[in-house]
Each structure stands twice: as C-alpha cells, then as structure tokens.
Design a protein around this ligand. Sequence first.
Ligand code: RB5
Length: 142
Amino acid sequence: MKIAIASDHGGVELKKNIINFLQNQNLEVADMSPVNDGLDDYPNFAEIVVKELAEKRADWGILICGTGIGISIAANRHKGIRAAILYDNFTAESAKVHNNANIVVFGGRTMTAEQAIERLKIFMNSRYEGGRHEQRLCKLDK
Ligand code: RB5
C-alpha cells in the first residue's frame, strides 16, 4: 500500500508531520514535493500526485496547500479522482464510507497537525460502503 503525498509552500510543515506519522505506521510514503520555494503553484503538485495514481505507482494520495481548497479543485478536474478535504472527524469518515476518496486533502493554515492526523486515522480505519454510493460515484466520471 503506497501513498503519494505533496504540498505547496502552504503545507510544508503539516506534510512533514503527516509523513512522520505514516512512516511510524510502517506505511510506504513517497514525498512528491521534496522542495518548496514559496513561489510554487498548487496545481503542479495536484498533477504530480494524480499522475502517480493514474500510472499506478501509488494506491492513494494526500495533498496539502494553505487551505486545501485550491489543490482539491485542481485534483478533482482529473477523471477518476475523488479528492476530499477532511475538515472534521465526521467528514474524515464520510470521505471513505460514502465517497471512497482516493486523495485526502488538508489545509496547512486551517488545521493543526494533531487534527489532520486524527482525521487521517479515521479515514484509514473506515471502509467504503458501496451499494447506493457506487451508483453515485459512477455518475461522477460520465
Ligand atoms: C498559497 O499562498 C495559497 O493560495 C494556497 O496554498 C492555497 O491555500 C490555495 O487554495
């Protein structure tokens, strides 16, 4: 199970905390934005992680920008991508159970590392329900 992660300059610290958490769980994580110079643009990082998923080098992804908004808009323009901002514990669970999100998104300026990691744990410990949700997901990529 490999996870691809990237952030723009708005998410560098949060990204480091999340990578530490994932590595401590013995999960394989690929940092797709090892250098951020403050002039970088979030669509570039969304595209890099989307490509990792599309070309099956990663099973799912994590994206971070200042708010999580720009980078999720960018990721969701790609077919097959379901990028969800985990803005509380309830949406962290729903993003998996209802939406089967394949990219989870955080805001480096809108949440603490503790909050983001708690939401990530909830997401990872939840299971997609399928059924009525599957017909909805199918409509997304028509
Ligand atoms: C970059 O300053 C900021 O606009 C970006 O990280 C993000 O918050 C956009 O949605």
